[in-house]
Design a protein around this ligand. Structure first.
Ligand SMILES: *Cc1c(COP(=O)(O)O)cnc(C)c1O
Length: 368
């Protein structure tokens, strides 16, 4: 961890201190209010929860420490992504989207934005570094892409996008602000599904948008108020609680992923493996630069769909679920969602189980 990341982790744990008065709770309270006392002079900090509420203030203060930027909280990753797209795009614009990224983002563009006059151009993540970006109003990056784990150079793509007159939005879900900092690399906005590692316990949906252009972030905030994409007080409180252990969990998850990827790569049952942290991986060149480490996601290809499903059900320490970034390791066969991957391809999300116990279970299930 860099000094600044360590400082952010410590500040996050103590961010309430400066605002406390004697007798206040150390932990953030849950405030399930839709309305607030609003006498005629209307001077209160809050009036109606769709416009703002104490839970968002608390959560966004914590997220802003992580991002070093103003943040706007949303009820899911997709709500955050929709806000960023609607804040940036208008009829006649072209948006470049990753052909291999989170597929719901592409469906949102083709099923809704296209009808409003926005053209979506799909580009594989591995081609962002060289493709001609001319004509785009927005270049949307996801690196490493989910689930293929291809990467591109955020700073270089952002510079070329800007030269072409485009804004840049980065989906940073697979990395989190501890492992990759797109705003420091000249992105205009970062979007993230906090449903994944930031929440971290498979018990909430949430997302956020962050940025350093006050006018653009104000537009994202307006979108939330006008569209009504509002995060509930209980989910916001759970996410705030989850953020306190994010740095600690990521440390364990990424260190374990590096060990497990190394061993899986040498395993005879594994036909192919993607993990950016391994020196031979096509994405390795970005690790140590824009990526702090290889992350906690591993892509493995087993012989067939049947072999992959047998492995998933045989391993007692793999949750069989979609999504990733939780305390518990999980995996799924992505072809079941129609991703362009082999039938036996699994996305494995490494959790916080003690690594040798986890490895023995994975190894035994592969042998079975
Ligand atoms: C999960 C995910 C999303 C969507 O998040 P939700 O909270 O499910 O709406 C967006 N982008 C990426 C990369 C994701 O993995």
């Amino acid at each position: 961890m860099t000094d600044s990341a360590a400082t952010r982790a410590a500040r996050l744990l103590h961010h309430r201190k400066a605002g406390l008065t004697p007798g206040d709770p150390i932990a953030a309270p849950i405030v399930p209010a839709s309305t607030f006392h609003l006498p005629a002079n209307g001077t209160g900090a809050y009036n109606y929860s769709r416009a703002g509420n104490p839970g968002w203030t608390e959560l966004e203060a914590a997220l802003s420490i992580l991002e070093d930027a103003e943040t706007v909280a949303f009820p899911s990753g997709m709500a955050a992504i929709a806000a960023a797209l609607f804040a940036c795009l208008r009829a006649g614009d072209t948006v470049i989207l990753p052909a291999d990224g989170y597929y719901v983002t592409r469906v949102l563009a083709t099923d809704f934005l296209a009808g409003l006059g926005v053209t979506a151009r799909m580009l594989p993540t591995a081609e962002y570094d060289t493709a001609d970006l001319t004509g785009a109003a927005l270049v949307y990056i996801e690196t490493p892409s989910n689930p293929g784990l291809d990467v591109c150079d955020i700073r270089a793509v952002a510079a070329r996008a800007r030269a072409a007159g485009a804004r840049v939005v980065v989906d940073n879900t697979t990395m989190t602000p501890y492992l990759q900092r797109p705003l420091d690399l000249e992105a205009d906005l970062v979007v993230a599904a906090d449903t994944k590692a930031p929440g971290g316990h498979s018990d909430l949906l949430a997302g956020h948008v962050a940025g350093r252009d006050a006018a653009l972030v104000a537009r994202v905030r307006d979108w939330r108020r006008l569209s009504g994409a509002t995060l509930g007080p209980f989910e916001g409180w759970l996410l705030h609680r989850g953020l306190e252990t994010l740095e600690l969990r990521l440390d364990r998850m990424c260190a374990s992923a590096q060990i497990i990827a190394t061993r899986l790569a040498a395993h005879p049952a594994v036909l192919a493996l993607r993990y950016p942290g391994l020196p031979g991986d096509a994405s390795h060149s970005r690790v140590g630069g824009q990526m702090v480490n290889g992350g906690f996601l591993i892509g493995i290809t087993l012989a067939s769909a049947a072999v992959a499903e047998r492995f998933l059900s045989a391993c007692p320490y793999l949750a069989q679920s979609t999504s990733f970034g939780a305390t518990h390791s999980s995996a799924e066969r992505r072809a079941r969602w129609g991703d362009a991957v082999p039938e036996g391809f699994l996305r494995l999300s490494v959790g916080i189980e003690p690594v040798e116990v986890l490895w023995q279970a994975l190894d035994a299930a592969l042998a079975g």
